[in-house]
Design a protein around this ligand. Sequence first.
Ligand code: FES
Ligand SMILES: [Fe+2]
Length: 426
Amino acid sequence: MTPAENDLLCLVEGDAPMGKLMRQFWVPALLSEEIEVDGKPTRVKLFGEPLVAYRDSNGTVGLMGEFCPHRGASLVYGRNEKCALRCLYHGWKMDAEGNILEMPSEPTASPLKQKIKQKAYPTKEWGGFVWAFMGDQAHIPNFLPPPFCPNENTKVSISKIKIPCNWAQITEGQIDSAHSSSLHSSDMVPAPVEFGQATDTQWLRPSTDKSPRFEIQETDFGFRYAAIRRPIKQATTHDYVRVTVYVAPFISLIPPNTSYRVATVIVPIDNENTAFHFIAFGEGDVPSTQTWRKFLSTTVGEDLNPDYTNRRHLGNDFMQDRELMKQGNYTGISGIPNQDIAMWVGMGPIANRSHDILGASDQAIVTFRRLMHSAAKATGEGKTVFDHSTSTISLDQLKAWEEVVDKGTNWRILGAAPEEIQELQT
Ligand code: FES
Ligand SMILES: [Fe+2]
């Protein structure tokens, strides 16, 4: 990729086409757990735009510009009182919609209150996230439940980490099945099992094959691909297939194990920082948030700082333990996400893709770059892309999948309900 092409893919701030593209969707802006009724407001940044989020006395979430419309004091320090946020500096008070309710520093009869509004975005809570719509406020799309939380009964456990690098190199990690056989080989261990299985400490995998074949299916929401490996059992007659789904622009569905399903949600904070969410979900035996974060070494207060930044970072080489490696651990880095993060952050704040040497196992990466590139260009020309409301396959039916199947099985319909098969098979 040329530097200009890389910029088009990566940059999200201001008028950058990729930022505009992302603003056409409901954005997973923060976790519901980050704000309490009448509690401390929290600083949020999305696409480089500084914001403040708070939960008012009724439980309603406000997400508005961080800086007071009066003279720019940060509202993160504001008082969360009686259904509104009051700026500490001169006491201007504003509600979740940005209406200015009080201006104690102005004469009582002043008409100024009615003339101005603080920028505020509509929000919706679903699946553990506060979602915001930051695009054209004259055309707010309906909120559609995401594939990791199709209905209110879905159990969702989220691990959140703020990562100091660009969103695109993180997303490329989610759609890169080949790396799991190397980078995560101490946590995703080959074993003679029928399906991928989760134990308390490992994910067992029915294959030793490190160079999967790829087949890709482009769709109107992004793409799906199969990584096809030789299984440990029945290697001559069967394939081990892992189907990953990219729901542009934020969500990837990762092949599940026998207990729960897995997704990632990747949201740009700015050009060089990203909120990464690793999600376990499903109807059955889904680990609790606490167990999930412990398994991933992403517990807030232990592995992460209270603002979700990582205590493992470039400055301490992600606490890589070379002794552990001598004893047989592949990376010496504990926690699946921490292994990925070392790879992503180690590339630099924005990966320079001009010298990449792409091979057969990088087909999904190539598809991602080409697809997002043309989508960003189309957005720059004022077009709508990846319209989830008109997608032929509804979002809540999308599934990642993994299975050992007869050779020649059409992976596109694995796991599909009968009514979905027609849309999925070609
Ligand atoms: S700067 Fe906020 S009230 Fe004056
Ligand atoms: Fe990974």
